[in-house]
Design a protein around this ligand. Structure first.
Ligand SMILES: [Zn+2]
Length: 383
């Protein structure tokens, strides 16, 4: 029972004007199930952005789950996106690898809108392996923000979802084994070791996988058990080449396979410059949708061609989630945002279903009018 949730439920339940002929939940479910929709769904990943939109600073919500939840619901009540993304930052993910007194050294708070910066936890592969083999992540879990902040915030949003009779889904997100393995040591180190120490690296990745598979038991209980059905997996492996994907992609695949047995609406987040090979690999994973991003540098494709090639690849198999790019959302004009959303929807929907959702989270400095333009442009398209 949460006071902040009850306040919002009382204010909103039964009082919101309908948008289209489907509820937000029905629209998202139809997108994932590849069924007819009244209009494209629109669900930008607002994690950091919604905090300042709602009038808080990141410092203010950092240790306050109530304010964090309040910000997410307040933003949704205004903008009526087709899903609510819970707030997540990097300390939720890795604080449990660090003893409490050492944490200030690893996380850097900057301005009220800036991302929380972090420093890698290990310099060598042996150090990284030891963090897992010594069960460091279990030792410091109890007072880490995964437990003190992420968990209550997630439960509050799911309570809101259920008390609102599932009119809008809450998206819970969790990082993949490759994402963890890269974050702990820094991506460029990880990628270097795929070439210089492949056997030892595989052992490290296996340890990360083991921890992640166990974490899914927590999600089955705390997230699914409290109503979560839409689950986003944040993949790493964004800078891997085809060879690394072939050699080390198995860890994320195993993670996806277990998550798919728990959550009916599972999607994969792969941001950055995506290789066509990475998109291809994903087609045999049990995913309902993919939040993908920009074409790889060497691909001389227009965005429209890129959207269309992915939509053709996903046809009959999964839902495509994209547009505009996070960069355009932040630095473009509302007109450019609208044009890219239109291009994405028009290039995608002849082949598969579309969710308007930039490839990565909306930058906290993104102008409000650009987020509104993204939502309006999606709502103007009829399918
Ligand atoms: Zn991302």
């Amino acid at each position: 029972m949460s006071e902040v949730v009850d306040r919002w439920v009382e204010r909103l339940k039964g009082k919101l004007p309908p948008i289209g002929t489907m509820t937000h939940w029905e629209r998202m479910a139809a997108a994932f199930d590849l069924k007819p929709m009244d209009m494209p769904a629109v669900a930008p990943e607002l994690d950091y952005w919604q905090i300042t939109y709602a009038g808080y600073s990141h410092q203010e919500i950092y240790n306050d789950a109530d304010k964090c939840t309040d910000a997410c619901i307040r933003t949704w009540a205004d903008l009526r996106t087709d899903a609510i993304w819970m707030y997540i930052d990097i300390s939720h993910q890795i604080e449990n690898f660090i003893p409490a007194e050492a944490r200030p050294k690893y996380f850097v708070h900057r301005g009220s809108k800036d991302y929380l910066l972090f420093k890698p936890l290990a310099k060598t592969l042996d150090e990284a392996i030891a963090l897992y083999e010594n069960r460091t992540f279990e030792k410091y879990l109890g007072d880490s923000r995964a437990v003190t902040h992420y968990h209550p915030h997630m439960l509050q949003l799911l309570e809101f979802q259920e008390k609102m009779d599932r009119v809008v889904p809450v998206i819970v997100g969790a990082a993949s084994p490759s994402n963890y393995a890269e974050t702990i040591v820094e991506v460029q180190q990880f990628v270097r070791w795929t070439i210089t120490q492949p056997r030892k690296l595989k052992h490290y990745l296996d340890l990360a996988l083991e921890e992640r598979l166990k974490a899914l038991d927590y999600y089955a209980d705390a997230a699914y058990g409290n109503g979560c059905r839409f689950f986003g997996l944040f993949g790493g492996a964004r800078t891997w080449g085809p060879r690394q994907l072939r050699e080390f992609g198995y860890a994320d695949q195993k993670y996806v396979e277990k998550a798919a047995k728990i959550f009916p609406y599972l999607f994969w987040h792969i941001c950055g410059h995506n290789l066509p090979e990475a998109m291809q690999d994903l087609t045999c994973w049990p995913l309902k949708a993919v939040q993908y991003d920009m074409p790889y540098y060497s691909q001389k494709l227009s965005y429209r061609e890129w959207f269309e090639s992915v939509a053709r690849l996903f046809a009959g198999k999964r839902c495509a989630m994209n547009a505009p790019t996070t960069q355009l959302a932040c630095h473009g004009t509302p007109g450019e945002v609208r044009a890219m959303v239109r291009d994405f929807v028009d290039a995608t929907t002849p082949h598969t279903t579309a969710v308007v959702m930039p490839g990565c989270e909306i930058d906290a400095f993104t102008p409000v009018e650009n987020v509104k333009a993204m939502i309006e442009a999606a709502r103007e398209r009829r399918l």
